[in-house]
Design a protein around this ligand. Structure first.
Ligand SMILES: [Zn+2]
Length: 399
C-alpha cells in the first residue's frame, strides 16, 4: 500500500517524530504492519497511549495514495491506525462524491414523482372531458321536438330565458352571477329547476365553462356546480321566441293549469317563498336557524289554509318572539329553530281558531317577486302577485 504522511503547518519537532514513529510500517506485513506499538512510543515521550493517538490525529494524516475515490480519484486520508486497518474494498467513494450522488438521486426521484403526478392529473382531466363531451352528445341526441316539450318544462324554460338568457339568446348566464329579481323565490329551487331542464335536455352543458367547474366523485361520476355553470339552449333564437309567444296563448295556459304537476310546482314556489322569508327574517334578527324537513312540512301545512302573505305575518311574529327570548338566554341554532317552529305552529293555530286576527304582510322590498311567481301565477291567472295573496286551491277554484 503506497502511503505518504502529511503534517500540519508549524508542527513541533517532537510531535513530528511521534507521528513518524506512529505511522512507520513494515512492507507487506498485513497482519501486524506497525513497527512501534503505541505504548512504546508513549514510554519514550512520557505520554499515555491515548495521548500519543491524539497528538498524531491533531498534527498529521496519512494519505493512502493507491486507495482512491472511484468517482473523483481523491486519495483516502486516515487520521489513525484503526482507519487504515479498516480499509478493505478498493471500491471506495469519498464523502463529497457520496453526497453529490445522493442529492442527484433525490432530485431525479422527485422529478419523476412530479412528472407521474402531472401525468395522472392529465389522464383524469381527459377522462372528465370525455365524459362531459359524451354527456353533451347524448343530450343533443335527445332534445325533444318543439311541440313535444312537456308543458311545465315549457314554462320553466320561458322563465329561464326571461331571467338568464344572454343577449344573443344562445346561452344562459350563471345563476351565481345574477343580481336583482331571482329566477325562483329561493336558491335551492333555482338549482332544482336548472337541474330539471338539463336532465330534460332543454339546457345543454357548455363544455368549456363546465369543465372548469366540474368535480368528479371518487367513482369518476360527473358532479355539476349548477349555480355557477352556464348552458347553451337546445333551440335556436327563432324557436325560443316561438316558445315565449306560445306561453302567452290561453290554450297553452289552460294546458299548463290542467297539468297535475302545475299544482305541485305552485305549492313548491309558495313554500320556497316562505322559506326565503324565514331565512331573511332570521338573518335580520341575527338568529341562526336550521331549515329542514320538519319546518318545511309545517309551512306546507300552513299554506293549505293561508296565503304566503298571511304566512309572512306568522313568520315575522314567530321570529320576533324568539328574537326577544334569545337576547335573554344563550341558545344554539337547533333550539332556536325548534322555538321558531313552535311559534309558527302557535300563531297558525291562534288564527285558525279565531283567537287572533288574521293579518297580511307585504312583500319585503329586499326580496321582490321572482320570475317564476310572475310567469306561473300572475300571467296565468291575470292577477298581480296572486301567488302571494291567495292559496293555490283558491286560485285553481277561480278558474
Ligand atoms: Zn470522490
Amino acid at each position: 500500500m503506497k502511503t505518504k504522511v502529511g503534517y500540519k503547518l508549524g508542527i513541533l519537532e517532537n510531535d513530528k517524530i511521534i507521528c513518524d514513529k506512529y505511522w512507520l510500517r513494515v512492507k507487506n506485513d498485513y497482519e501486524n504492519p506497525f513497527i512501534y506499538r503505541c505504548k512504546e512510543i508513549g514510554d519514550e515521550f512520557g505520554l499515555s497511549c491515548s495521548e500519543v493517538t491524539r497528538t498524531v490525529e491533531d498534527n498529521a494524516y496519512l494519505a493512502v495514495i493507491d486507495y482512491q475515490c472511484k468517482s473523483c480519484g481523491t486519495a483516502k486520508i486516515c487520521y489513525n491506525r484503526a482507519e487504515l486497518t479498516s480499509l478493505h474494498s478498493k471500491k471506495w467513494e469519498c464523502e463529497n462524491c457520496y453526497l453529490k450522488k445522493f442529492h442527484r438521486r433525490l432530485q431525479n426521484s422527485r422529478q419523476e414523482r412530479i412528472e407521474s403526478a402531472l401525468e395522472q392529473r392529465l389522464i383524469e382531466e381527459n377522462s372528465y372531458i370525455n365524459q362531459l363531451v359524451q354527456f353533451r352528445e347524448s343530450q343533443i341526441e335527445s332534445v325533444p321536438n318543439l311541440d313535444e316539450i312537456d308543458v311545465v318544462d315549457h314554462y320553466l324554460l320561458v322563465a329561464v330565458i326571461s331571467k338568464l338568457a344572454t343577449e344573443n339568446f344562445r346561452s344562459t348566464t350563471a345563476l351565481y352571477d345574477n343580481l336583482g329579481t331571482t329566477l325562483s323565490p329561493f336558491h335551492d329551487l333555482d338549482v332544482k329547476i336548472i337541474n330539471r331542464l338539463m336532465r330534460k335536455n332543454l339546457l345543454l352543458v357548455n363544455i368549456e365553462n363546465s369543465y372548469i367547474l366540474l368535480h368528479a366523485h371518487e367513482e369518476c361520476l360527473l358532479q355539476f356546480d349548477l349555480s355557477k355553470m352556464t348552458f347553451d339552449f337546445a333551440y335556436d333564437s327563432g324557436q325560443l321566441k316561438k316558445l315565449i309567444i306560445d306561453s302567452k296563448q290561453s290554450s297553452s295556459k289552460d294546458k299548463l293549469v290542467n297539468s297535475p304537476e302545475y299544482k305541485i310546482l305552485c305549492e313548491d314556489i309558495q313554500l320556497n317563498d316562505c322559506i326565503n322569508y324565514l331565512t331573511h327574517c332570521s338573518a335580520v334578527n341575527e338568529l341562526e336557524i336550521v331549515i329542514g324537513e320538519k319546518i318545511e312540512s309545517l309551512l306546507s301545512t300552513c299554506l293549505l289554509r293561508y296565503s304566503v302573505s298571511e304566512i309572512y305575518f306568522i313568520i315575522w311574529k314567530a321570529v320576533k318572539t324568539v328574537s326577544s327570548y334569545s337576547l335573554e338566554f344563550d341558545i344554539d341554532k337547533i333550539i332556536i329553530s325548534n322555538l321558531i317552529y313552535d311559534n309558527i305552529q302557535k300563531f297558525h293555530d291562534e288564527i285558525r281558531y279565531k283567537s287572533s286576527e288574521n293579518k297580511k304582510h307585504d312583500r319585503d322590498r329586499a326580496h321582490p317577486k321572482s320570475v317564476l311567481n310572475r310567469i306561473f301565477f300572475d300571467e296565468v291567472h291575470g292577477i298581480e302577485d296572486c301567488g302571494f295573496r291567495h292559496t293555490v286551491d283558491d286560485l285553481l277554484k277561480q278558474l
